[in-house]
Ligand binder design. Structure first.
Ligand code: G16
Length: 542
C-alpha cells in the first residue's frame, strides 16, 4: 500500500561535484535520505512505464538506502527497477546499464573514494538517461525541491531479498535483481583485444590490481583473472567490505601506499593498478614508474587507436581545467579538438553525447570514454593492458617515449584538508579580488601573464558555469590553479594544482620538486597560505 509521510526540509541538500555526500550519521537523521530521494524523483520526467537502475558501492548504509529507494520508486510510479545483486553496482557499470536497458535514470549510492563505516561517508547520486551524472540544471532543480518538500511517498512493505537474483514485485513495480558484473564485462570484451592481452600475459607479462576492498573486486576477478587468465591472487583486497577494511578507498600514493611500494621494489610485477570505492577512478603504476593521471590521459589518447574499440580514431579529447595540458599536445598532433571543462564528470556528458569528444580525463584519477557516461577505472586498466600488449614496452619506456614526442608537463596537486570553511572561502575571495592586478607581477623568476576565474560555456547547450577555479598563468608557460573541492564532508579542502611544461628537446628527467620549486614558492606567496590557513605544507600530494 502506498503511504505518504509528512516531512520538513533540510537546508544542506545541495549536491556537490558528484552528488550529495555527507557523514552516514547525517543520512540517518529522520527522513533525510527519503527527502533527497523524493526530490530526485520529483525531477524525473516520465516515470510511469519507466525503468530505474539502482545500485551502490556496497558501503555501510548501502542496503538500507536501497531498500528505501526501491519502496519509494514503486510508490512514485516507476514500472521497473534493475538492481545489482547484493545492492552492488560499480558507477561505470550502472552508467552502462542505464544506457543498455533504456532506463530513465539511475540512483547510485556511493561516496566514491571517501571512507565508509558508521562514522564515515555516504552519498546519493542521480544519473540521467544518457547514463551520466545529472547536469547542474538538474542538480539545482533537485536542491530546490529539497527546500520545499512537505511529504514523500513510500510503500508499507517488508524488505526484499537483495541477494537473490531474479524477479520480484514491490507494489505495482517489478524488480529485477541481476548479476552486477556480466553486462559490464561483456562491454569490455567489445572494446579491447582480450586475445592480445592474453598472449602478452602468456609471454610473461604480470600484473597486480588492488581493489581496496571496494566495488571493483568482483569485476576485476571476473575480467582480469577469469577472462584474461592472470593468475589467482593478481587481484588483491578483492572482497568488497562495508568499511573497505578500514582503509580509505582513494587510489592515490597515500592510500595505495602498499601497492606503490610493491611496484617500486625488486621483483615487482610489470603493471600495477588500483581503483576506488565505486570503481570509477584508477591509479596506474608501472614497475618503478608512477604515472600521473594527467600523463595517463595523454598516453591513453595517443595510443587508443591500438584497441579495437577506438581503431577509427578519436573525435576529440576533453579534460577538466585543472588537469595538465599533456593531452592538449596529443590533440594538437592528432589534429582533433581539445575541450577544457570545469571539474566534474557531469561536464563531459554533452560533449560525449554530441560526438565531440571520445576520451575524457581528469587529474583526480579519472579517465573514460564514450562507452559509458562516467569515468571508468577498469576500462582505463584494460586500455593500458591493450596498449602494452601491442607496443610491448614497459610502462616506463612508454612514458619516456611519450615525453620525447610531446614534451613533459611536470605536474603536482597539493591538498590542504579540513580547513575551516570560512577561512578557505576568504582565501579564495581575497585571491579572486587581486586577480586583475596580478599580470606583470613577478614571483621570483616567474612573471604573471594572465589570471582569471575559470568560466565554462558548454558548446552544446550554451549553459555557463562560473567560478570554477582561479588560474594564474606565467610567461614561461607555467600555471597554478586554486579551487575548493566539492566532494569533501569535513570543513573545506583547498586544492592547488601546479604545472610546468618542458618541450621535447628540454630536460625531461628533473625531479618534480626541482621542476616545480619556484611555482610552489610563488603559490605560497600569492595566496598567503601560511597566514590565511596556517599551513606551510599540504596534507596530501598527488
Ligand atoms: C568526483 C567527480 C570528478 C572530480 C572529483 C574531485 O569524482 O566526479 O569529476 O574530479 O570528484 O572533485 P573535487 O576536486 O571537487 O573534490 P568521484 O570519483 O569522487 O566521484
Amino acid at each position: 500500500m502506498i503511504i505518504t509521510i509528512p516531512t520538513t526540509p533540510y537546508s544542506d541538500q545541495r549536491p556537490g561535484t558528484s552528488g550529495l555526500r555527507k557523514k552516514v550519521r547525517l543520512f540517518q537523521r529522520p527522513h533525510y535520505a527519503a527527502n533527497f530521494i523524493q526530490a530526485v524523483f520529483d525531477c524525473v520526467p516520465g516515470k510511469p512505464g519507466a525503468s530505474l537502475v539502482v545500485g551502490g558501492d556496497g558501503r555501510y548504509f548501502n542496503r538500507e538506502a536501497i531498500q528505501l529507494a526501491l519502496r519509494m520508486a514503486a510508490a512514485n510510479g516507476f514500472a521497473h527497477a534493475i538492481v545489482g545483486c547484493g545492492g552492488v553496482l560499480s558507477t561505470p557499470a550502472a552508467s552502462h546499464l542505464i544506457r543498455l536497458r533504456g532506463a530513465v535514470g539511475g540512483l547510485i549510492f556511493s561516496a566514491s573514494h571517501n571512507p565508509g563505516g558508521p562514522d564515515e561517508d555516504f552519498g546519493i547520486k542521480y544519473n540521467i538517461a544518457n547514463g551520466g551524472p545529472a547536469p547542474e540544471t538538474v542538480t539545482e532543480a533537485i536542491f530546490a525541491r529539497t527546500q520545499v518538500i512537505k511529504q514523500y511517498a513510500t510503500l508499507d512493505t517488508p524488505d526484499i531479498d537483495l541477494d537473490q537474483r531474479g524477479a520480484c514485485r514491490l507494489g505495482d513495480m517489478s524488480v529485477e535483481i541481476i548479476d552486477p558484473v556480466a553486462d559490464y564485462a561483456a562491454l569490455m570484451e567489445t572494446l579491447f583485444d582480450f586475445a592480445a592481452i592474453r598472449a602478452h600475459r602468456q609471454s610473461g607479462f604480470s600484473l597486480i590490481f588492488d581493489a581496496m576492498h571496494a566495488v571493483t573486486g568482483p569485476y576485476a576477478i571476473e575480467i582480469l583473472q577469469r577472462r584474461l587468465g592472470f593468475e589467482n591472487g593478481s587481484v588483491v583486497n578483492g572482497v568488497p567490505l562495508p568499511d573497505f577494511g578500514g582503509g580509505h578507498p582513494d587510489p592515490n600514493l597515500v592510500n595505495a601506499r602498499a601497492l606503490y611500494e610493491r611496484m617500486m621494489a625488486r621483483g615487482a610485477p610489470d603493471f600495477g593498478a588500483a581503483s576506488d570505492g565505486d570503481g570509477d577512478r584508477n591509479l596506474v603504476i608501472g614497475r618503478g614508474r608512477y604515472v600521473s593521471p594527467s600523463d595517463a590521459l595523454a598516453i591513453l589518447a595517443a595510443n587508443a587507436h591500438l584497441a579495437p574499440g577506438y581503431a577509427k580514431g578519436l573525435a576529440g579529447i576533453a579534460r577538466s581545467m585543472p588537469t595538465s595540458a599533456a593531452a592538449d599536445h596529443v590533440a594538437a598532433a592528432l589534429e582533433i579538438a581539445l575541450y577544457e571543462t570545469p571539474t566534474g564528470w557531469k561536464f563531459f556528458g554533452n560533449l560525449l553525447d554530441a560526438g565531440l569528444a571520445t576520451i575524457c580525463g581528469e587529474e583526480s584519477a579519472g579517465a573514460g570514454s564514450d562507452h559509458v557516461r562516467e569515468k571508468d577505472g577498469l576500462w582505463a586498466v584494460l586500455l593500458w593492458l591493450n596498449i602494452l600488449a601491442v607496443r610491448r614496452l614497459s610502462v616506463d619506456a612508454l612514458i619516456q617515449d611519450h615525453w620525447r614526442r610531446f614534451g613533459r608537463n611536470y605536474y603536482v596537486r597539493h591538498d590542504y584538508e579540513g580547513i575551516e570553511s570560512s577561512q578557505a572561502e576568504s582565501l579564495i575571495q581575497a585571491l579572486r579580488a587581486k586577480l586583475s592586478s596580478l599580470p606583470g607581477q613577478a614571483f621570483g623568476s616567474l612573471i604573471v601573464k594572465a589570471a582569471d576565474d575559470f568560466a565554462y560555456t558548454d558548446p552544446v547547450d550554451g549553459s555557463i558555469s562560473r567560478n570554477q577555479g582561479l588560474r594564474i598563468l606565467f610567461t614561461n608557460g607555467s600555471r597554478m590553479v586554486f579551487r575548493l573541492s566539492g566532494t569533501g564532508t569535513v570543513g573545506a579542502t583547498l586544492r592547488l594544482y601546479l604545472e610546468h611544461y618542458v618541450a621535447a628537446d628540454g630536460d625531461l628527467a628533473m625531479s618534480l620538486s626541482d621542476a616545480l620549486a619556484d611555482l610552489i614558492a610563488a603559490a605560497q606567496a600569492v595566496a598567503e597560505l601560511e597566514s590565511r590557513i596556517g599551513r606551510s605544507q599540504p596534507d596530501v600530494v598527488t
